[in-house]
Design a binder for this molecule. Structure first.
Ligand SMILES: NC(=O)CC[C@H](N)C(=O)O
Length: 210
């Protein structure tokens, strides 16, 4: 199973994502938006400050990620984490918007989350209602929903003012989430709760559901 981690100018979680994907069993590659994506089973848009977060976080990257959009629209699996989630929303692949935290401050800490939906390709190895601990690190994580997004994760405490405590949503084959599962895949990182996410999607693809 082949996973591609898109490296934008300003990405800073690409190596963490690579490490997590390899642990879950993927053969992983660093790629750019100009690479051919046809041979990949999964594309990751990692966290960071792509294009310096100008004009809004994810705004510039979204407009140079047409190949990712096409990949997702053809049914390819895509995960956007933190800045990657911001890019997916700016691309219109996921609904809503990610605005500045209600505190106006950057938040960097472990938070508790609830698995709201374990029927997705990304969460099928978790239990419904399971509580997990993942780190967050964002200044623009306040999710404002438009329509009825499919909620996958909720914060236990509303750390950033998101509508309905929403921390992550999905739409078929596309997942976006503000917390960082790739930074919680080994005991020395303080939590292993993120690993099951990458293993879930690995198992899903291996089952021939691509
Ligand atoms: N860790 C990240 O991906 C940071 C996300 C984003 N640039 C923000 O500050 O909101």
């Amino acid at each position: 199973m082949r996973a591609g981690v898109i490296v934008y100018p300003g990405s800073n979680c690409d190596r963490d994502a690579y490490y997590a994907l390899e642990l879950a069993g993927f053969k992983t590659y660093y790629i750019t938006t100009r690479d051919n994506l046809d041979s990949f089973d999964l594309i990751i848009l990692p966290g960071g400050f792509s294009y310096g977060d100008y004009l809004r976080p994810g705004a510039v990257s979204a407009r140079e990620s047409l190949a990712v959009k096409e990949f997702a629209e053809n049914g390819g699996m895509v995960i956007g984490i933190c800045n990657g989630f911001q890019i997916l929303v700016e691309m219109g692949l996921l609904s809503g918007a990610l605005l500045q935290n209600d505190s106006g401050k950057f938040i960097c800490k472990f938070v508790e989350l609830e698995i709201v939906d374990n029927t997705t390709p990304f969460t099928m190895l978790y239990k419904k209602g399971e509580k997990i601990r993942l780190p967050v690190a964002h200044g623009f994580g306040r999710y404002v929903s438009v329509g009825n997004p499919n909620v996958v994760f909720k914060y236990k405490e509303n750390i950033n003012g998101s509508d309905d405590f929403i921390a992550g949503i999905y739409n078929g084959n596309v997942l976006g989430m503000m917390p960082h599962p790739e930074r919680a895949v080994d005991e020395f990182l303080g939590s292993v709760d993120g690993l099951k996410l990458f293993k879930s999607v690995f198992e899903y693809i291996r089952g021939g559901n691509r």
